[in-house]
Design a binder for this molecule. Structure first.
Ligand code: BGC
Length: 748
């Protein structure tokens, strides 16, 4: 296959390369003598990545440096083909290395919840549960295991850079990419993405955190101007990135499509140079989102290091700008040094890619364990769950294609299921990035296997009356409900699609012993909530989702997950009841990755005037009651909280959590703080948590040390963080809405 492609593409490549990218032929062909590479002092592993980058940079020509700063097309995108795209291993992007100096090419693949495009590339990838699902585990170790699986599968498939690590805080729950992110709280999201990326990069792939920043809706994503105060972004959106970057030391950060306060994120001096590289001291490189580069000189000066996937601005135009003196060589050196440092830091120079066979069994195992911790039990009246086969002799499984599979999230995050889409719409063959893809993970079959003595029957739910009839004649009904979301779209509302509310309503009326299992990528509204006995949020459940779900429904695994985002009662309660509507002229700007040239001057904007009040902070400050609060999740056992102690000097909080029920369980004990009045923030912030494993009757002391930044404010006048003097209320409990323990820090 590779050979056939080579034959087809080389003549074209040879012809175009001279015209477009004079630098490439020499680099692509140069093998470099083995001797030169091995002798280079930059190959000395005992030197730091910075020292090695400095040493090798001195050897490089301008063409070689520029080669590090742009892409070479995107494998499966017809609009983004370049002469060397055929060499990119089927990935989203490739940046050339310098073979004569031992610097490898960078092979990039999307890998949000697993490696993308395995179908088209004839490979196999594990689908982990959605990132939002994994965030509901509140478990840094689970995030680490998640990242390690993806990292090892990337390498096995011939990639040495991930385009994963989404950590935009959920300002807009209708955002089609909510499932790719880690919820609404900067500490939770940042901690989990940091652990995910740390362990992914440890597999010797260049780690990436994205989309930097304020890229919180897909509507008009290529043009939208996100208007937001510095304080709001520093205390919420940017803080999530900062925490993640501090933990992972990722080699790359991807700047996003949107504008921030007027300037495109990929040419925004404030976010890229002042904050990321300045205040935070980020030493890796900034890669543009695909087609998100809009200029040469401005972007380069603002801190963009690498244009992907093309060379429209950072190829010949950048070279010309250097030669004409409009871009100083020091700027090129800084960009190139950052790319080189990242290559040494991540280990891709010393440990080159070795293709191999993905460890499928390990992937299944990790996907299952992460999902078991991600599932959130939202309602469990009269202990309808776990299912007790001694009492439940018949179960009606209704809707959601539960006989064949479970749904996944679309867009560039999509992972291809083995055997293709379990639900193939008539006339559909190949997959499109926005197909609704179902994994062949049948909850029906998993439950039948777990409950051999129970009659478990399926009804598609297509005919409400027949579904209700089956529910009525069964001891328990379980309705499987789905909500598909994807990059390139936002939801019109948070209602379940396809008349599923009516189906649930009818089934619950026929049998109040109804449980709803949700497979969703974000929050949903639940007009039927009072009528059903149980609600389980399973998210997009990944390659082993059915097994994990059956384990939780039957109680083999206790439910532990807690929501990483608020579920509102209605869209009217959101900071923005409606996403601003695009003008006719701007239509389509959220569906693709290419900016329509006529729309560059668009005035489309969204004002995040709710400021720092993101998620639960908004509901508390505005006195709005959510449907389910941030941090909420039930268990099959119960816990009691007591004995809160605080130490203001050490900024520590300790308290006891006791398992007061009959089953072993893991409680996610949360600590919140409210700041002194002078902060002007009359709502709590999450400042720490601990997962506590408890046997029945067991009690443990939880200790949390509060990082001063988590209780500081960003002072715009001083352009820095400030820890105000005064009284801080410290709260602890099982969710943001239930904090039975109260104490204080008194700070000088
Ligand atoms: C997405 C990125 C992705 C890139 C490459 C863009 O459309 O926004 O998240 O990494 O494409 O596929």
């Amino acid at each position: 296959m590779r050979i056939r492609k080579l034959g087809k593409c080389l003549p074209l490549a040879a012809g175009l390369m001279g015209m477009l990218l004079p630098a490439i032929p020499a680099m692509a062909q140069a093998k470099g003598s083995k001797h030169a590479v091995e002798d280079g002092p930059w190959m000395n592993k005992s030197l730091s990545p910075d020292e090695r980058a400095d040493l090798v940079l001195k050897q490089m020509t301008l063409d070689e440096k520029i080669g590090l700063l742009h892409g070479n097309g995107m494998a499966h995108a017809s609009q983004w083909q370049m002469p060397l795209t055929y060499l990119s291993n089927g990935g989203a992007g490739m940046t050339l290395g310098v073979p004569r100096l031992g610097i490898p090419n960078i092979y990039m693949s999307d890998a949000a919840y697993g490696v993308r495009d395995s179908g088209e590339n004839g490979r196999y990838s594990t689908a982990l549960p959605s990132n939002l699902g994994a965030a509901s585990s509140w478990n840094p170790q689970a995030a680490c295991d998640y990242g390690a699986v993806i990292g090892s599968e990337l390498r096995a498939q011939g990639y040495n850079m991930t385009l994963g690590g989404g950590v935009n805080v959920t300002r807009e729950p209708r955002n089609g990419r909510t499932f790719e992110y880690m919820g609404e709280d900067p500490l939770l999201a940042g901690t989990l993405v940091g652990n995910l990326m740390k362990c992914e990069q440890a597999q010797h792939v260049i780690g990436d955190i994205k989309h930097y920043a304020i890229n919180d809706q897909e509507t008009g994503r290529n043009i939208v101007n996100s208007i937001i105060s510095k304080r709001a972004m520093q205390e919420s959106d940017l803080l999530a990135f900062h925490i993640g970057i501090n933990i992972a030391d990722p080699a790359a950060v991807m700047c996003s499509y949107n504008r921030i306060n007027g300037d495109y994120a990929c040419e925004n001096k404030y976010t890229l140079t002042d904050v990321l590289k300045g205040e935070w001291g980020f030493k890796g490189f900034v890669v543009s989102d695909w087609g998100g580069t809009h200029s040469t000189e401005k972007a380069s000066a603002a801190g963009l290091d690498n244009e992907e996937p093309m060379a429209d601005f950072f190829g010949p135009k950048l070279k010309e700008a250097v030669e004409a003196g409009r871009v100083p060589m020091s700027e090129i050196d800084d960009h190139a040094r950052r790319v080189l440092r990242s290559e040494f830091l991540s280990g891709i120079v010393d440990d080159p890619i070795q293709k191999g066979v993905v460890d499928i069994g390990h992937g299944f195992e990790v996907a299952q364990h992460v999902e078991e911790q991600s599932i959130v039990l939202l309602k469990n009246d009269k202990a309808i769950l776990p299912l007790n086969p001694a009492k439940v002799k018949s179960i009606a499984i209704i809707g959601g294609h539960a006989d064949v599979g479970m749904i996944s999230g679309g867009g560039s995050a999509q992972v291809d299921p083995p055997g293709g889409n379990a639900i193939m719409p008539p006339g559909k063959g190949a997959t499109h990035w926005q197909d609704h893809i179902w994994f062949p993970t049948s909850p029906l079959k998993a439950l039948q296997a777990k409950l051999p003595d129970t009659k478990v029957e399926f009804n598609s739910g297509d005919d409400t009356a027949s579904a209700a009839a089956l529910a009525k004649s069964s001891d328990v009904a379980i309705v499987f409900a789905y909500q598909w979301i994807s990059e390139g779209m936002d939801l019109p509302n948070l209602s379940l699609p396809d008349n599923q509310d009516a189906l649930i309503d009818a089934v619950a009326k026929a049998n109040p012993r109804t449980i709803v299992v949700l497979e969703t990528g974000t929050a949903v509204t639940m007009p039927w909530l009072d009528e059903v006995s149980g609600v389980v949020e399973a998210w997009y459940a990944g390659s082993s989702g059915h097994i994990a779900l059956a384990n939780v429904l039957t109680g083999e695994i206790n439910a532990t997950g807690k929501l990483a985002m608020t579920f509102p009662k209605s869209e009217q309660d959101l900071p923005h009841p409606m996403i601003p509507v695009l003008t006719k002229e701007d239509e389509g700007q959220g569906t693709g990755a290419v900016n329509g040239t006529t729309h560059v001057g668009s005035k489309y904007s969204v004002s995040y005037d709710e400021g720092v009040k993101v998620g639960y902070k908004w509901y508390e400050a505005e006195h709005k009651q959510p449907l389910f609060p941030f941090g909420y999740g039930l268990s099959y056992t119960t816990y009691a909280y007591s004995d809160l102690k605080t130490d203001s000097a050490q900024k520590t909080v300790s308290f006891a959590v006791k398992n007061t029920g009959k089953r072993a369980g893991t409680e996610i004990a949360q600590v919140y703080a409210t700041l002194p009045d002078a902060a002007g923030e009359p709502f709590k912030r999450l400042v720490g948590w601990q997962r506590v494993e408890l046997a029945p009757g067991e009690s443990k002391t939880v200790s949390v040390t509060v990082d001063p930044q988590m209780i500081s404010i960003f002072d715009e006048q001083k352009n820095g963080w400030e820890l105000l003097p005064g009284a801080y209320t410290i709260l602890a409990g099982p969710s943001s809405a239930e904090t039975p323990l109260k104490g204080a820090f008194q700070l000088p």
